[in-house]
Design a protein around this ligand. Structure first.
Ligand SMILES: NC(=O)c1ccc[n+]([C@@H]2O[C@H](COP(=O)([O-])OP(=O)(O)OC[C@H]3O[C@@H](n4cnc5c(N)ncnc54)[C@H](O)[C@@H]3O)[C@@H](O)[C@H]2O)c1
Ligand SMILES: O=C(O)CC[C@@H](O)C(=O)O
Length: 539
């Protein structure tokens, strides 16, 4: 999956701060790319992190660093946060998005390791392996205390059948377990294909002998497995959590084990980490590892390489592969829509210049071929252009939507096969106070971008350089007077278009000129009879 990273930092000055241990092999691409200075400072105390982040352009973390709003707000140059792993619950995504900071992760590199760890934990739990090992180390030869249960023919309930959940389900089938899973995206067809049963959350937790959770930790999944859920489970159920602490309510789990409902739990992740000295760890039915799901040589190398490459891509101004806070589109779709990115932004910027009144409603229409694709990245670019007039470089494609929402600007997207004779057409429309304006543009084969409509006037203008839009009354001499005045000011006209609603009616002139038109020159133009408005746009 791909999306475009838009902000292009000055690569000569980029600083990449790494605050969790990353595999040495994984760091290699970052070292080789030499796009930036690497500051490798794992385990940085909070106060030092707040200092170090000030000058960083990029931050790379695993799950150890808490990238809180405080950390993000202390950053002065930060443009990208890379998570070497899947879960981004240690990163304040809202704060990053608000500041226009892109967050990328490495979603695939540790799937296998996490799935293998889950199976290892489930097997160890079933056969009391850690407890038996400890007993043996204590000099005991106790074969009665550690009688376990088989996995074969037991039902495994999988909650969250994403990358890891699905791998766990496949492996459990290999153990000849029956698998029942709940995931909001799980269809009957996919379940059938995988040889498992799809159920509701309740059906899964009621049916299972073992339950393993593989959802992200979010508002909706916090304490998903709580006292009420334990109440619905089979007596003697065993619980595995190699996803995120917090999905299971630890106090409720403690009570459920103490009360005999739950026969045991295997935990790799905890509500607060590091997790030491907790009463759960004192229960003989609980086995635990210190967040080791992704801790294999292979996974660490892979996630570090993946996230490092994305950070390098970003620093080189290239599309990133795994954005978390941007809509991501497939490589194929990106190839189709990427050529329109600049056009969409320029249409937005041009439109923003057509009125000084506040922008309230925006509609971006896509006609022709473009209607077949996911065009959300284009809409973000159009919004970026529209907001740039007032927000300058503060707006980028990461925060364009957030900023639009925070200014109560509604943004709609429409698609239609009709493209008014062009192969593709983008039209950006906006309500600005009591005015309504629209600008449309296209890419002409071999000729590049064109603005083809401004309000109701058909034009043919290259969206580049210094543009001048003059609204006037259609009458003889208007064009000549404008030409004369610009000549007096030594402003050379490169191209000129005129359009009118009807003879003698409202008309526009669209000019591209070789130098910037200054406010005093605009003032002089406005003094010409029958010129109502002069707008400049520098693209
Ligand atoms: N222990 C570790 O070291 C380790 C390593 C890697 C990943 N993880 C964690 O494992 C979890 C899964 O990772 P993944 O790569 O499979 O993620 P994923 O995004 O591929 O899958 C998550 C799945 O959960 C589903 N889901 C969301 N809400 C749900 C709900 N309320 N009920 C049921 N399903 C729901 C989603 O539809 C999705 O299919 C994450 O929490 C991740 O942080 C832990
Ligand atoms: O950084 C780690 O080792 C843990 C990673 C894991 O929890 C993840 O979500 O990818």
């Amino acid at each position: 999956m791909n999306a475009i990273a838009e902000t292009k930092p000055d690569t000569r000055q980029a600083v990449i701060l790494i605050t969790d241990p990353l595999s040495e092999e994984g760091l290699q691409p970052l070292r080789e790319a030499s796009v930036a200075e690497l500051q490798i400072r794992p385990g940085l105390p909070h106060a030092e992190l707040l200092q170090a982040i000030k000058t960083a352009d990029a931050l790379i973390v695993r799950s150890g660093t808490q990238v809180t709003r405080e950390v993000i707000e202390a950053a002065e140059n930060l443009k990208i946060i890379g998570r070497a792993g899947v879960g981004v619950d240690n990163i304040d995504l809202d704060a990053a998005t608000e500041r226009g900071i892109i967050v990328v992760n490495a979603p695939d590199g540790n799937t296998n390791s996490a799935a293998e760890h889950t199976i290892a934990m489930m097997t160890s739990l079933a056969r009391n392996i850690p407890q038996a090992h400890r007993s043996l180390l204590e000099g005991k030869w106790d074969r009665k205390a550690f009688v376990g249960v088989e996995l074969k023919d037991k039902t495994l309930g999988v909650v969250g059948l994403g990358r890891i959940g699905a791998e766990v389900a496949r492996r459990a089938k290999g153990q000849r377990m029956n698998v029942i899973a709940f995931d909001p995206f799980l269809t009957e067809e996919r379940a059938k294909e995988m040889g498992i049963t799809a159920g509701t959350f309740e059906e899964v937790i009621r049916a299972a002998d073992f339950i393993t959770v593989h959802t992200p930790l979010m508002k909706e999944t916090r304490h998903l497995i709580n006292a009420e859920a334990f109440g619905k489970m089979k007596d003697g159920v065993r619980i595995v959590n190699c996803a995120r602490g917090g999905i299971i309510d630890e106090d409720a789990l403690y009570e459920a084990i103490e009360g005999g409902k739950v026969a045991g739990a295997a935990l790799d992740v905890f509500e607060t980490e590091p997790f030491t000295g907790h009463r759960l760890l004192g229960l003989p039915q609980v086995i635990a590892t210190p967040h080791l799901g992704a801790s294999t040589i292979e996974a660490q190398e892979s996630v570090a390489i993946d996230v490092g490459r994305d950070v390098i891509r970003f620093l080189n101004g290239e599309p990133v592969k795994n954005p978390v806070n941007l809509p991501s589109v497939s490589k194929e779709v990106l190839a189709k829509i990427e050529p329109f990115f600049d056009l969409a932004e320029n249409l937005g910027l041009f439109l923003s210049r057509l009125s000084d009144k506040p922008l309230t409603d925006v509609t971006v229409r896509y006609g022709g071929d473009l209607a077949d694709f996911d065009v959300r990245p284009l809409t973000r670019n159009a919004m970026k252009g529209l907001l740039k007039r007032n927000l300058g470089t503060h707006v980028n494609d990461v925060n364009a939507k957030f900023l639009a929402d925070s200014f109560h600007i509604s943004v709609d997207e429409h698609k239609s096969p009709n493209s008014k004779g062009f192969q593709q057409l983008i039209t950006v429309e906006a309500k600005m106070g009591d005015e309504f304006h629209r600008v449309a543009g296209t890419l002409l084969n071999g000729l590049g971008a064109r603005i083809v409509k401004v309000d109701d006037y058909v034009v043919d203008v290259v969206p580049k350089g210094h543009l001048l839009l003059i609204r006037h009354k259609d009458q003889p001499g208007a064009i000549g007077r404008v030409g004369m005045l610009l000549a007096e000011e030594n402003i050379n006209i490169a191209t000129m278009q005129v359009g009118r609603s009807e003879a003698g009616g409202a008309a526009i002139m669209m000019l591209t000129v070789d130098n910037e038109v200054k406010p005093e020159e605009i003032g002089r133009l406005l003094k010409i009879d029958d010129i109502y408005a002069v707008r400049t746009v520098d693209l």
